[in-house]
Design a binder for this molecule. Structure first.
Ligand code: ATP
Length: 257
């Protein structure tokens, strides 16, 4: 496996008294797609917010390209090559699609290269070129999701954090977006850390996966191996006949908490 572009060690983060992640350690190899799976409220979004500097960790260390980034300013983290497409398509609704894309490049001064990247992302998402002058708030949910990812790409990141790109989208649109994510990874060499509730799709897309439960990593493996585990099939892929072995192991684990 290639060297890690991102490493988290024993990271803890909270919202006031609510502990959201409790000692998370994970590693993202350069050039890979890594996914973090987990149920609602498991702490997936919190992991991404802590990495991108929106939330400061209470404990632990986060290293990006070999340098510590915990407690750094989010804009500084973007400048280092890490960008975040947040959950819930947080586009600027009153700005045009093109302006939204430009906002993604706010840390850059290399105008020619920014123009080149604009062409590139509009190539990945042609609908954004067609709608360039429209207010972003008028786009459909799926188009706003595309805009959110495209805007994050305008920072020309080495590592892209993607939070629930499938949320609220039709299966067809979700497939389309995941296919583009895979192309961006393979063609542009962008490393991707993907947080998802759609476990089947995430495991089919990723190289490696972590499973998060109530703020803790409870399992990790190559995505193809995780997809075959009884526990994962039963609880994350919704396969009821995944075998009693998986159920028994999981029940035992739940009793430990
Ligand atoms: P989802 O898929 O629903 O977004 P998640 O796995 O991303 O879930 P988080 O959003 O990271 O989970 O939430 C982890 C925990 O932190 C949950 O218990 C949640 O209620 C709590 N939490 C998240 N955001 C806040 C907040 N702003 N203030 C207080 N508690 C929060």
């Amino acid at each position: 496996m290639s060297e890690a572009i991102l490493t988290l060690q024993n990271v803890e983060a909270a919202y006031g008294a609510v502990k959201a992640i409790r000692g998370v350690s994970l590693s993202v190899p350069k050039g890979s797609i890594v996914t973090v799976l987990g149920a609602n409220g498991a702490g997936k979004t919190t992991i991404l917010k802590t990495i991108s500097g929106i939330l400061d960790p209470q404990k632990g260390s986060i290293s990006f390209k070999g340098e510590p980034i915990e407690r750094k300013d989010p804009a500084d983290i973007v400048r280092r090559g890490l960008s975040h497409a947040p959950e819930g398509r947080e586009v600027f609704p009153l700005l045009s699609v093109r302006h939204n894309l430009m906002m993604g490049a706010f840390t850059r001064s290399d105008r020619d290269e920014v123009a080149r990247d604009m062409e590139l992302v509009e190539g990945y998402f042609p609908i954004l070129k067609d709608r360039a002058d429209q207010e972003a708030g008028l786009l459909s949910g799926g188009q706003q999701q595309m805009l959110s990812i495209a805007r994050a790409l305008m920072a020309r990141p080495d590592l892209l954090l993607l939070d629930e790109p499938s949320l609220g989208l039709s299966p067809k649109l979700t497939q389309e977006i995941f296919a583009i994510v895979k192309r961006v990874n393979r063609e542009r060499g962008v490393t991707i850390l993907l947080v998802e509730q759609n476990a089947a799709l995430a495991l089919a897309t990723a190289d490696y996966g972590y499973i998060l439960e109530i703020g803790r990593i409870v399992m990790e493996d190559r995505a193809s191996v995780l997809a075959e585990k009884d526990d994962v099939k039963e609880f994350y892929l919704g396969q009821k006949d995944a075998g009693v072995r998986g159920q028994r192991r999981w029940k035992k684990k739940k009793m430990w908490r």
